[in-house]
Design a protein around this ligand. Structure first.
Ligand code: PQQ
Length: 270
């Protein structure tokens, strides 16, 4: 039996179906986050672990950039690194997504040194994120580019997350969620290029199957991180040795804005 070759539109439809089935917006941890069912320490655990993902995205994109064969392709891809590392504007932090994610962690009362050190992250976070960086370095370029296409589905989940977190958590503000707003513009721009590339270059049935597998792999990278968070911090609550426990290991900043573990904030006091 010969494998069917899809049209570019047929391939895009197949990729969108993978997102509809497997993207992390379907994960129970995300529903709990958006619906206000997590406490402040569970939200801290999410932000702390997700910092590791954010911090490795520019490494992933630098690896990919180094593999691109033309000036035009490199010029296109390098904006992703700037989005996350930001410009050097003379401030200590710069202006990029990593600095904005640290602001979110500050707003939740996590100590910066602790967040940046990566000491408290879950083993599965490290394994999943490192696997993504490795995948992009080792797989054929077409698959490496296709693995970024989970971003097709990101703006919808970011909208839900911002709306839900602002509504439900008194300790979250527009300012602490500043990471997300620029992503609503950046992600569609990234996708326009990566999806166009995949539509143009995945011509054979084997290539088309490989780009779909790359997207499935990336959905697994995102899903595994939420599984680990759920297992450690929701149910059954098995926190791995060395991972974040509220208040332990200098994880919480001692500032007037960051009550210690167990502190109950009156609603609306943030
Ligand atoms: O908030 C999210 O759910 C979400 C998802 C994804 C994604 O789908 O990979 C990314 C991001 N955010 C994000 O902020 C981001 O910078 C990003 C880069 C990439 C990538 O694969 O290059 N994905 C994502």
């Amino acid at each position: 039996m010969t494998a069917t070759i899809l049209s570019p539109d047929g391939l895009e439809d197949a990729l969108r179906r993978i997102g509809a089935e497997r993207y992390h917006d379907r994960h129970p941890f995300h529903h709990a986050l958006h619906e206000g069912r997590l406490d402040r320490d569970q939200v801290r655990a999410w932000a702390l672990n997700r910092y590791y993902y954010q911090s490795r995205i520019p490494a992933k994109d630098s690896t990919l950039l180094a593999r691109l064969p033309t000036v035009a392709l490199r010029r296109e891809w390098r904006s992703r690194i700037e989005d996350h590392d930001g410009a050097d504007d003379g401030s200590a932090d710069g202006t990029g997504g990593i600095a904005r994610w640290l602001k979110l962690c500050d707003g939740l009362g996590l100590a910066r040194d602790y967040v940046v050190s990566g000491r408290g992250i879950l083993p599965a976070t490290r394994f999943a994120v490192d696997a993504y960086v490795r995948f992009v370095g080792e797989k054929p370029l077409l698959e490496a580019i296709a693995s970024s296409l989970t971003e097709m589905f990101a703006p919808a989940i970011i909208g839900q997350r911002m709306e839900g977190m602002l509504r439900h958590y008194p300790f979250v503000s527009e300012d602490t969620l500043a990471y997300f707003r620029p992503r609503l513009r950046q992600a569609p721009r990234d996708v326009a290029f990566a999806l166009g590339f995949v539509r143009d270059h995945a011509r054979t049935a084997e290539q088309q199957e490989a780009v779909q597998d790359a997207l499935r792999f990336k959905c697994d990278v995102l899903w595994a991180q939420l599984d680990a968070l759920h297992h450690a911090y929701v149910a059954p609550g098995h926190v791995p040795p060395g991972a974040f426990r509220p208040g332990a290991d200098g994880s919480l900043a001692v500032t007037p804005h960051a009550p210690g573990p167990g502190a109950v904030e009156p609603v609306g006091s943030a």
